[in-house]
Design a protein around this ligand. Structure first.
Ligand SMILES: Nc1ncnc2c1ncn2[C@@H]1O[C@H](COP(=O)(O)OP(=O)(O)O)[C@@H](O)[C@H]1O
Ligand SMILES: [Mg+2]
Length: 384
């Protein structure tokens, strides 16, 4: 297994235009599962293909265990790539699908036998070695595809959206299977997806990309709880974080936020930073941090009360989404509520905002305004 260090990697395809990847730096630790997450076209596959050696690097460096591999051909990089389509050989049984690549490399028969048996045993494929792909379930086929990578004993595994062709139920079971295999074998993996649920559940860390650039790297919940800017705030979480335009008004020596008819205290953020905002901020609050009055957990602190009008109620079964307009404010906000909501479209409601879970962004730069440290610590100590 191995450590992958990427330094200021860029990719400009022939034909000009914007670079597909811009100055991307990223280190993936030994045995780490790193997810590259971002919208379609943001450059994820380009990064993966450059790591694999399938695409020339425009500038920057890729090192595996300290050795720069820029000039090393794909076949000598000791990297395995697992794609969306498993591309198993339909006329070969599982044993031969696993053994094929090794034979081509001229590896000795006894060694092939050892590796295939080892991988098949790890992946629970021993009973199926004589079966052809058509006689396997989708999950078993995926294990064969993974097994083909494992028998090569590569230093690094690359995955390019391997689950996106599967139906929802199979995707969940495959996701869990892959997590289990990766954790058990301790392989170093870089996994590309545009699916935030996959990223949140699979990655030790997530690298969020947009337009070829790294936006934020961190553990899934860290990034979810502390988005660096409005892009991450909206990209992670479904429904996305509400971003409500507010004015920042001086109030004695301090500031307050005004949203429609409501005033909110700002002691979660340093006054000095607030003073530089030019009077405007975006208040970020996740749908789950808004409460119908009666449903709020009692011990929550820093609650702000808002008057709101119910525009729509969307029961999803386990929960209900409520679309509201805050009194005096133009923007609609989404509140995540329990399945037993009593609210109906057209109602006027009193709702509560968990201010300790709110974020503030500078609308000019889209960057987060870092909260006062102790406030944020206290907030998550409470949540955990
Ligand atoms: N072979 C190629 N030639 C020219 N442009 C490409 C090529 N492959 C990808 N691109 C462009 O590079 C950008 C990033 O693509 P890609 O890495 O496939 O993104 P993602 O995997 O995140 O969807 C896109 O704008 C895409 O159109
Ligand atoms: Mg892609």
């Amino acid at each position: 297994m191995a450590r992958v260090a990427i330094t200021e990697l860029s990719k400009l395809y022939d034909g000009g235009g914007e670079p597909a990847v811009k100055d991307l730096s990223l280190t993936v630790g030994n045995g780490e599962f790193m997810v590259l997450l971002g919208p379609s076209g943001c450059g994820k596959s380009s990064v993966l293909r450059m790591i694999a050696g399938l695409e020339p690097i425009t500038s920057g460096k890729i090192a595996i265990d300290g050795e720069i591999v820029n000039e090393i051909p794909a076949k000598d990089r000791d990297i395995a790539m697992v794609f969306q389509s498993y591309a198993l050989y339909p006329h070969m049984d599982v044993f031969n699908n696993l053994a094929f690549g090794l034979r081509r490399r001229g590896i000795a028969k006894t060694e092939i036998e050892r590796r295939v048996q080892g991988a098949a045993s790890k992946l629970g494929l021993l009973p199926f070695l004589k079966r052809k792909p058509h006689a396997l379930s989708g999950g078993q086929r995926q294990r064969v595809a993974l097994g083909r990578a494992i028998v090569r004993e590569p230093k690094v595994f690359l995955f390019d959206e391997p689950l996106s062709n599967l139906d929802a139920a199979l995707r969940v079971s495959m996701r869990n299977e892959l997590i289990r295999q990766q954790r058990e074998m301790g392989i170093t993996a870089i996994y590309v997806t545009h699916d935030q649920v996959e990223a949140m559940t699979m990655g030790h860390r997530i690298c969020i990309m947009n337009k070829g650039e790294v936006i934020q790297i961190g553990k899934p919940l860290e990034v979810y709880r502390n988005p660096a800017n409005t892009f991450v705030a909206r990209f992670l979480g479904n429904p996305p974080m509400n971003l409500i335009p507010t004015s920042v008004e001086p109030d004695g020596g301090a500031y307050q936020l005004r949203v429609g008819g409501m005033s909110l205290p700002t002691d979660c953020w340093p006054a000095e930073t607030l003073s530089r905002l030019g009077g405007k901020a975006l208040l970020g609050i996740r749908p789950e941090d808004l409460y119908e009055t009666a449903q709020r957990p009692d011990e929550r602190r820093r609650i702000a009360i808002a008057r709101a009008h119910v525009i729509a109620v969307e029961p999803l079964g386990a929960e209900t989404l409520i679309i509201l307009s805050l009194e005096g404010a133009a923007e609609e906000v989404t509140m995540r509520s329990g399945r037993e909501t009593r609210l109906r479209p057209g109602d006027n409601a009193t709702i509560e905002l968990d201010l300790a879970a709110a974020h503030l962004f500078d609308p000019k730069t889209a960057q987060v305004i870092p909260p006062v440290h102790e406030e944020r610590e206290a907030r998550w100590a409470k949540a955990e």
